[in-house]
Design a protein around this ligand. Structure first.
Ligand SMILES: Cc1cc2nc3c(=O)[nH]c(=O)nc-3n(C[C@H](O)[C@H](O)[C@H](O)COP(=O)(O)OP(=O)(O)OC[C@H]3O[C@@H](n4cnc5c(N)ncnc54)[C@H](O)[C@@H]3O)c2cc1C
Length: 394
């Protein structure tokens, strides 16, 4: 070890969770260092989430990174579910007594967080290789990493693993100290980003006998479209033309006709998976965001659940450093998991409601139709959907 940095909170992972935590802690005078294995350009090149819950948007403002989101993000008061060729509008604002969601791309939000960390002199170490947490069972944990030929270390009071599903933090916990819960779905989402005006000002989730489709957007000039595909498919097999033909086929005719298409600027297949690890703490190592749990994107819970973890952990760390109160740290895992599981339930329910499962029998399919018919005929069922979509309270 040639060089050592001392900080209060060592954060592994410079995605939205790690950067947001670092920014919030900074505003309370708590020092942190973020270690990111990729370059900033790589992190900002990933096209992912786009729908922010009301409470997440509030947290961004609290972190003093909400100005561009408030200028450029779009408030959505509802969305559509298309079934049997008919669009049904879910009026979020009416059904929840005034709550809405914010459409603002994860890429933009991450860029805002990086810029805020730069402005305040926050330390985000990019291209950190072989990042590893050590001695997290003790009061003196540290993180080692490599840059070029040099091995360096960050000494800290707490390590926070914000390094996503494939990160090193969760993997460093002994297997007999955690329990994992997992569900793998037999399909993925093929997503296309195109610089075209979105076909609808509000999202359209479509269920069809050929499979699920989603018309989403990032801005007034950037559309994000998805179709359900088998896991065996690769993007090579999907020209833009084939993609848009398939998408149109799964949408109500008036939507398909109105769609303006253009060349894809990004195309990828995301497998659908649900995963939770319990507990979200091992000694002085805390897990947050995708490092501890992931959901299928149906229902837009992934990034939003990461934000609620950060909310609980940030308050717990502030209480520890400003008042010597450790009760928030003690209860972090159980509080976060209570909300995580509600997000898991909702994502599973939306996925089951809207996708075509290859092994479904005629009975399963009739139940799915009945569930949709019931939903559109019951204000109470719609209110439950809306309550979960705008986000349960932190
Ligand atoms: C293809 C895709 C589409 C998605 N679409 C949606 C959506 O539509 N709606 C939604 O709500 N959610 C969506 N999600 C989920 C959402 O993007 C995640 O929930 C969100 O990114 C979680 O943020 P995070 O910071 O916890 O993890 P991540 O964004 O994964 O960030 C983790 C960071 O840690 C870094 N890292 C990993 N390993 C190491 C290491 N060993 N050392 C140092 N750094 C490391 C990574 O490079 C990364 O920058 C999607 C996810 C994927 C993969």
């Amino acid at each position: 070890m040639t060089e050592s940095i001392r900080t209060q909170v060592g954060i592994i992972g410079g995605g939205p969770s790690g950067l947001l935590l670092s920014q919030l802690l900074h505003l309370w005078g708590i020092d942190s260092v973020v270690l990111e294995k990729h370059s900033r350009d790589y992190v900002l090149g990933r096209i992912r989430a786009g729908v922010l819950e009301h409470s997440f948007a509030e947290l961004m403002r609290e972190a003093q990174v909400g100005a561009r989101m408030d200028r450029e993000g779009q408030i959505h008061e509802g969305f559509f579910i298309a079934h049997g060729g008919v669009r049904h509008r879910i009026d979020l604002e009416k059904l929840t007594g005034g709550k809405t969601v914010m459409v603002y791309g994860q890429t933009e939000l991450t860029r805002d967080l990086y810029e805020a960390r730069d402005r305040l002199g926050g330390l985000v170490i990019e291209n950190a290789a072989d990042v590893r947490p050590h001695d997290v069972e003790t009061a003196h944990p540290y993180i080692s990493y490599r840059q070029g030929d040099e091995t360096l270390r960050v000494d800290c009071d707490f390590v926070v693993g914000c390094d996503g599903y494939h990160g090193v933090s969760r993997q460093s916990i002994p297997k007999d100290r955690i329990q994992t819960f997992e569900k793998i779905y037999p399909f993925g989402w093929l997503g296309v980003l195109s610089r075209t005006p979105p076909v609808s000002a509000e999202l359209i989730y479509a269920t069809h006998e050929r499979g699920f489709a989603l018309c989403s957007l990032r801005s007034a000039t950037l559309s994000r479209y998805y179709v359900q595909v088998p896991l065996t498919d690769s993007t090579d097999a999907w020209s833009d033309e084939r993609f848009f033909d398939e998408l149109r086929c799964r949408l109500p005719p008036e939507v398909a006709t109105a769609m303006i298409t253009g060349p894809s600027i990004e195309k990828s297949i995301a497998p659908l998976r649900s995963f939770v690890v319990e507990p979200m703490r091992y000694g002085n190592l805390f897990l947050a965001g995708d490092a501890a749990h992931i959901v299928p994107p149906t229902g837009a819970r992934g990034l939003n659940t990461a934000a609620s973890d950060i909310y609980y952990l940030y308050h717990a760390l502030v209480d520890h450093y400003t008042g010597g109160d450790d009760s928030g740290l003690e209860s972090y895992s159980s509080r976060a998991l209570a909300r995580v599981w509600k997000g898991q339930r909702f994502s599973w329910w939306m996925t089951k409601l809207l996708h075509r499962f290859p092994d479904d029998s005629a009975y399963d399919q009739s139940l799915q139709h009945t569930e949709l018919d019931y939903l559109f005929s019951s204000e109470r069922a719609l209110a439950s959907l809306a309550e979960n979509y705008v986000g349960l309270p932190f």
